[in-house]
Each structure stands twice: as structure tokens, then as C-alpha cells.
Design a protein around this ligand. Sequence first.
Ligand code: AMP
Length: 516
Amino acid sequence: MDLRDRIVACCQITFPCLKKKPTPTSNEKRDIIVIQNVPDPFNVPQATVPMSDNTYIALYGYTARTAEDLSFNAGDTLQALDKSCGDWWLARALTGVSQNKQGYIPANYVAPVESLDAELWYFAGVKRVDAEKLLLSGENQNGAFLIRDCESQVGELSLSVLDQGRVKHYKVKRLDNGLYFVSSNRAFPTLKELVQYYSNNDDGLCVRLGLPCRKSEAPQTHGLSYNTADHWEIPRSSIQLMRKLGAGQFGEVYEGRWNNTTPVAVKTLKPGSMDSLDFLREAQIMKKLRHPKLIQLYAVCTMGEPVYIITELMSNGSLHEYLQKDRGAHLRINDQIEMSAQVASGMAYLEQQNYIHRDLAARNVLVGDNNVVKVADFGLARVFLKDNDPSSDGDENVYEAREGTKFPVKWTAPEAIHDNKFSIKSDVWSFGILVYEIMTFGQMPYPTLTNYQVVQKLRTGYRMACPPGCPKVLYDIMMECWKDAPSDRPTFETLQWKLEDYFDLDDSSYDDASRY
Ligand code: AMP
């Protein structure tokens, strides 16, 4: 057995399947037909396409990255031929640019025909604030709309509509017999029929429904392609380094291209900066951790030096630099809270997977378009922080060497500093510091104190004061994270909901379609 085989063998870790919130389907059993046979402007033309259980609609376009992939556009119909690979399916295009061709497709880019997920107007998992952002993005015309899951009531749906530059929200309710309605005087057997009806009549809504809201960017694929999903050691020759993005504690980071097709970030590790067995073991786990708010590890090149870590590329670099740009002039309080909520969401996933980050800080969070943030470098601290090489040119202010181990002292919980007790609760402490960084636009925590003074003062119960302009509710959250006893600190799940609910308004914030 070679090194990699041994690691694969010792890392057969399985993660529990995440439960998905049950959502109604658009082809529910029809009890009573109230309104139907309305012309359907949203239907993808399907007359010539043979339908089967394995027929899917593309939700996003995809450009082939390898000779074995299939290119397709949003709205194309595809037939899945082999789904055994999991994240990548072998499929045949029934329509579109690749019609009648066969190849691999990312499974998360398609949805079964006739399912709710296949409707262009259904935005699964999109929150109220995100719905507003999407609808107001400038790409939408008056009447643009979407239907999303209601945050305050699990299993319920909401309709969000753009009207004269403002977004109105309606609850989509259900009668006991299952019919859907937004106004009590008209009910529909399916959501599709509800949408069709209000596309032709405003009838109580602020405006007649227009086109579905434009979808944001396509999601990340799981892995770079069907054959890197399991074989994550890729040939170094498949990576082209394009431009240096920055340099961190352990090496340089480049924007690169995989296979000359796919933009990626390439982290190059300084030779000798880690134990390769430790790294490969950790990378094996990191690769299985997948969440929209975690940077995805795509692949590694560990044959030879320097080791490459290939991850998804984030257009705006580190959150720390992003916060400091224009001293935050481009950020509003909503953005700051939303970014904190996104980090909490990624960390809540790690918490659920019993995984510890160990180095949560703004420098280890990356920013994409539209203030999307994702947690990066989870798990690497375990591999790297053993490094006690004082010649390391990392930021010595941040990573202070003590007894052979380097700590980012100002971010680290007291029990981790004193007793090396790292836990998800020490990550919660660090999260409090990260929220402080966000609220101060990237200011160094405890700006007037040295690392040593911080450690001493924390013992006496000292905590940082509320940053200027920071709402009290948010400061209260930081203080909760900095409780002495780890068990008194909140969970990331609680932090996520608290931050997401910050903007959640009560029922009165919904418009009433029967009022008009
Ligand atoms: P690090 O070694 O992780 O501290 O990264 C050094 C710098 O490279 C960061 O401050 C970022 O500006 C940039 N960087 C790291 N990873 C990425 C990525 N995945 N996408 C874009 N920029 C990155």
C-alpha cells in the first residue's frame, strides 16, 4: 500500500446525510380544480421530448471542462443514463447545443421535469433578504417574482414580487384540502396554476406577475469533474498558474486554470511546512465537507513539491482585506450582519459534522461577488500550527509562537491558549472576534494591547468594548461568544438563526393580497 492508499483506508469517514426541508411538489394530487388551463408562459417546450423518470431540466448552463463532459444551457432537457457516480451523472442531451450527445453532467445543475425544483420561479432555500437582493439586482423588470420557502414557518412558502423598485412579500397559504392561495377569494390546486393565474391577472396583488427573477450564478460543482470527485490527486500538469493573488502564512496563492477550462485558486505550500501524512489525512476529511458557505477543496497535487491545494476561486479575496478596502465605505450594516450570518451558517455545518476549524478569523474567510462569504482553511490549522519554525515569514503579530505551537492569540479562546483545549466552543469565541473585525472594518482586535497583555487581561474578566456604530444586539452576541465557560457560549446553530433573524420582520411585514 502506498501512502495515499493508506490514508484513504484510514479515512473511511462517512457523514450523515443532511435532512432537506420537505417541500411540496408542483404535481400534487388534485382534489378540486378551481382554476386551470391557463396558457403557461413558463413551460419549457417539451412536446418532442420523451419523458421518463430520468428526464431532467437544466437549471443553469454548463460548459464542458473535459472531453467527457456535456455542455448545456439552462432549460435544456437531459436524460440521466447512469447516476451511480453520485455528484456527476452520465446523461444524454435531449435538446439544445449537445442534442443526442452523451457525457457527464453535474447533478446539482438539473432538476426532475415537472418538479417544483425545475420551475424557474422556485428559489429553494432563498431567504427574504436574499430574495430582495436578487429581485432588486437591476437585471429584473417590474413584476419579476419568485416563490421561496418561508423562513419563519417551516414548510410554508412566500411569494416575493418586484413592484416599482420595491419588493413586496405575500404568504402562500394552504387550505385544509391542500389548495394554495395568496388571497382568500381564490385558491389553486398547484403552485404552477397560482403563478399562471397571477401572470394574467393582478387581482389583489400589487402587480401582475412578470418574468421569474433571474437566477444568480450557477452553484459550485461537486469536484472539478466526474473523475476528480473520487480521485482528488490530480496531475500537476493539469494546473496552469495565472496570477499571484496573495501570500499567506504557509505559501503563495495563485489564480489558476484546471485543464485550461476551469478557474480555480491554487494554494502552494512552502516545502517542509507540514507533515504530508497529516496533511493528506486532513485533506481527505476536508474534501467531504461540503456547504455553500465553506470553500470547496477540489483537488490536491501532493506528488513532489510544492504541494498544491486546489480550491474554488473567490473573486474578492480575503474578508480581512475586503473589510479594510475604502475603510468599509462600500459596506452597510445590513451587509455586515449578513456576512456574519453567512460565516455562522458555514460554521454551523462544521459544528454538525463535529469538525473544528481552529483558526476562524477574517483572514480565513473569503469573499465572492455580491458580498457572498465562505469560510476557508478549516482544518489546516491542525496540520500547520505545529510548525515552530521561527523563520516563517507569516504575520508574527497574529501567529505568536508559544511552546512550540503557534497561536493567533487575539482570536483564540483562553482554554485553548492555556490548556490546548480546542473545541467548537473555542471556534465560537473566535467567531465573536471575527464579528468584531467585521464591525470595525478589519481593525486589529484589542488594538492597544499586546498578545501578552490580552491573555493577562482576559483572566480578569476584561472584554473588548462595543465598537462604534455597532448595534447593541450584535455586541450582546459577541459577549455571549466570549463567555468564560465554553459551555455557556452559544452554538453556531443559534448564532446563525440569531443573525439571520436580525432582519426577519414579523407577520405584519407581509402584504395582504385580499386588501386590494
Ligand atoms: P492564505 O494563504 O489563505 O492566507 O491566502 C493568502 C491570500 O490569497 C488571501 O489573503 C487572499 O487574498 C488570497 N486567496 C486565498 N485563497 C483564495 C481563494 N480561494 N480565492 C481567491 N483568493 C484567495
